[in-house]
Ligand binder design. Sequence first.
Ligand SMILES: Nc1ncnc2c1ncn2[C@@H]1O[C@H](COP(=O)(O)OP(=O)(O)OP(=O)(O)O)[C@@H](O)[C@H]1O
Ligand SMILES: [Mg+2]
Length: 319
Amino acid sequence: MLRGACGRFAYILVRNGGPVLSNEEFRAVFDASPDGMLIVGEDGRILAANRQCRALFGYEPAELEGQEIELLVPEAEREAHTRHRGQYVRHPHPRPMGVGLNLQGRRKDGTTFPAEISLSPLRTDGGLRVICAVRDVTLQKRLQSFSEAALRATEEERQRIARELHDDTAQRLARGLRPPELEDAGLSAALLAHFRNVEEGTGFRVQAHLEPVDGYLDLTEKLALYRIVQEALSNARRHAGIEEAKVRVFREDGYVVAEVRDDGRGFVSVGLAGDGRGLGLVGMHERAAMIGAGLSVDSHPGEGTVVRVAIPIEGDDEG
Ligand SMILES: Nc1ncnc2c1ncn2[C@@H]1O[C@H](COP(=O)(O)OP(=O)(O)OP(=O)(O)O)[C@@H](O)[C@H]1O
Ligand SMILES: [Mg+2]
């Protein structure tokens, strides 16, 4: 049990009616605390300060005793502190450290430091005492902002990696999706390889008439043409209700033209983007637009469908 007593060290531990700690021992315990310890009276005067207060505040414990506690509070906050102290004395309650108050201590030289302060009220014969433990949390605050910065950096790094990975993955995917023949053997070879695949896989026949046009197109244009033919052919196979389509690639009036024709059931095309059921027609238009080519989908129910893409080529004076 802790009981109020008289003198500078107003508290003496007693057990079974007799003191457990002498004043000397109490002082030793008081000074051994790693926190700055202050015992404050209800008038706000410091009754006792332990040795740690020297390191914390730059004052000798003896200098502090008898001073108002506001001496250790930054000037700007003194008034508010005095007010709060008055309220506290009327309703004293224990307040632990780390309750999220952003408290500051003031050193003898006027500098300040972030502090955590616990308060323990104690009723004594001589009136209310408040035991304050003060801890300098500069390091913790620094660590906290450091780890916040580290977290932010990690997050930014993660996003950067995700972006790079994404681009890289997309590029690799794009590379993987590009038919290898396109670059090496040329457009005709790539298309013929595709037609063969379709025929072998589905039995759908492709009549191909392919002029050599590689010299007129760059790789992007070739890839766009290849994809458009691929989709048009897939549509013919899946939707036209017939077993065969014709593909022609040729040069005409300053264009390289690719045409996919079927004599199937045809459809009523609604605007540029087809009938909105699929993405194929939309994709064809987008690919054509990307390379500045014209695309037409000419279809009539019962008469079949012609998909035609015309890529303008420069320096074609053939007519
Ligand atoms: N050659 C064709 N013959 C008959 N109907 C066609 C032909 N091409 C397209 N269509 C009709 O136009 C619709 C839209 O075609 P689109 O390619 O945009 O979508 P999809 O083929 O249905 O789906 P996705 O291409 O996204 O797999 C088709 O669903 C089909 O009804
Ligand atoms: Mg389609």
